[in-house]
Write a protein of this length. Structure first.
Length: 494
């Protein structure tokens, strides 16, 4: 059996701490992450229902690079054994993947269960455990069943109930073996890009309201699922449940400018704290969000704030609904204060913060937004420790993309990983942050949302032109294998 998670974590004491000698803590989780739509393919196989990403990618109009889709992608639905070989080759202790809600429940409700979908995930989970790999399962990673979107999606309270029923079904079906659960992946991204700017599925453009309303319902859905686990399953199954939150680190553009310092705080406030404050602290939104959005709404003539309010009962229900902290970190921004002349409502306008990328920072070749700033992760980890009561933290995603065609020798990219792992060691040993694990995004090159296959985040290269979709390790995979085997950064010793 894979190891059972715990809510305690011992930090090894090092008297003469030295980065070159430091091991990662015992039982450190070494993982890689994927998500269903990005790797599975089989978009309509064996009774799977459509998700919003199937719909979005099938609608022509350059929403996705070269109108590519996830119809086939890595075909992990049929090639799971190949993925397992990659996982074993790396020696991962943990593998994070997501369940496709509409593969299990084609119309999003428990009215009809697709047994073929259940069988598929049983195979994945059982073979991971047979190989001593602990599964970490995300219930929802961007791919809402289309039937639920047709009834309002995350803008509707009905989706809160549907999610809770789906979570109940998953805990009941897989929870005898799965002990690490994530409810929703990156609600910030879903809210901002799915319901505010419409860049991602379901493509809703409701600036100033869409993100806040959808986030409001996602927070309630997460809390409902956590309570379902806590009340119905925890005693028997003994697992842990959290939510995967993404955040940049933010530095003031002018370090000595109080306005930029406040703006940098707001950048994190309107991203990480938006979800972490209610869930980890007090059941309510950060004060800065409430005051900014309320003031801006008033100036724009709204009768009340565009940010919805939780009732006192809802606050009690939301507060304290995470058993560990799950962080996805990719980049750092420099932030300038920017007065917003209260024109069109938008969540970015409410924030009054402009983000700038420092031109001296390297940028990942496959993602123009991804400035490579390993030290930003250490700051963010320390911030989470100080703000959220010293939680156990899993870094559930971190990675660097290459553009296509991507060389198998990606030594430069490995250097980014190595520097990042050094920053994690500093966070653990110098800052006393309780980091319990690190998951690379991603196991495989895959469908990178609106960038399609042009942006490659994999530890394994996938040849999408070849019908067999062969997986071949990059240099980073070979180096990561050594780190996992030794539980430390061997290459520091040459
Ligand atoms: C998402 C992944 C995505 C990765 C790289 C994260 O926001 O969870 O699905 O592929 O970033 O863009």
């Amino acid at each position: 059996m894979a190891s059972t998670p715990s809510t305690t974590l011992a930090t090894p004491a090092y008297c003469n701490w030295n980065l070159e000698d430091a091991s990662f803590p015992e039982q450190f989780a070494w993982g890689a992450s994927t998500s269903a739509y990005q790797i599975e393919g089989g978009w309509d196989a064996d009774g799977k229902g459509p998700s919003i990403w199937d719909t979005f990618a099938h609608q022509a109009g350059e929403r996705v690079f070269e109108n590519q889709t996830g119809d086939v992608t890595c075909s992990s639905y049929t090639l799971w054994e190949e993925d397992l070989k990659c996982i074993k080759q790396l020696g991962l202790t943990h593998y994070r993947f997501s369940l496709s809600w509409s593969r299990l429940l084609p119309d999003g409700t428990t009215g009809f269960v697709n047994q073929k979908g259940v069988d598929y995930y049983n195979t994945v989970i059982d073979s991971l455990l047979a190989n001593k790999v602990t599964p970490m399962v995300t219930l929802y990673h961007f791919d809402l069943p289309q039937c639920l979107e047709d009834r309002g999606g995350w803008r509707s309270g009905a989706t809160v109930e549907a999610f809770d029923a789906y979570a109940h079904f998953c805990f009941r079906t897989f929870g005898d073996r799965v002990k690490l659960w994530l409810t929703i992946n990156e609600p910030y991204v879903i809210a901002e890009l799915g319901y505010e700017t419409g860049i991602m599925a379901p493509g809703i453009k409701e600036p100033g309201t869409g993100a806040y309303l959808s986030a409001h319902n996602m927070i309630k859905a997460h809390a409902a699922a956590w309570h379902t686990y806590d009340e119905v399953f925890r005693k028997q199954q003994g697992g842990l449940v959290s939510i995967a939150l993404n955040s940049d680190w933010a530095e003031p553009f002018h370090p000595n400018s109080p306005a930029d310092q406040e703006a940098a705080k707001r950048h994190i406030g309107f991203c990480l704290d938006w979800f972490a404050t209610p869930i980890f602290m007090n059941g309510d939104y950060p004060v800065v969000m409430k005051s900014k959005i309320s003031a801006m709404s008033k100036k724009q003539g709204y009768p009340s704030s565009r940010l919805p309010e939780f009732t006192p009962e809802e606050k009690m229900t939301i507060k304290g609904t995470a058993d560990f902290f799950a962080l996805n970190y990719y980049t750092t921004r420099k932030i300038k204060h920017q007065d917003y002349a209260c024109g069109q409502p938008s969540s970015t306008g409410d924030k009054e913060a402009e983000q700038v990328t420092d031109p001296s920072w390297p940028v990942a070749t496959g993602s123009s937004w991804l400035a490579v700033v390993p030290w930003g992760l250490r700051h963010l980890l320390k911030y989470i420790k100080d703000t959220y009561n010293h939680p156990i933290i899993y870094i559930t995603e971190n990675g660097f993309s290459q553009s296509d065609p991507a060389p198998l020798d990606d030594s430069r990219r490995w250097e980014y990983f190595r520097l990042t792992l050094q920053e994690i060691l500093k966070a653990i040993y110098i800052d006393d942050v309780r980091v319990a694990g690190y998951f690379v995004w991603s196991l495989l090159d895959n469908f990178e949302w609106t960038c399609g296959y042009s942006s490659r985040f994999g530890l394994f290269h996938v040849d999408f032109e070849n019908a067999a979709l062969p997986r071949v390790p990059y240099t980073s995979a070979i180096e990561y294998t050594k780190v996992i085997a030794n539980n430390r950064l061997m290459n520091l010793h040459g």
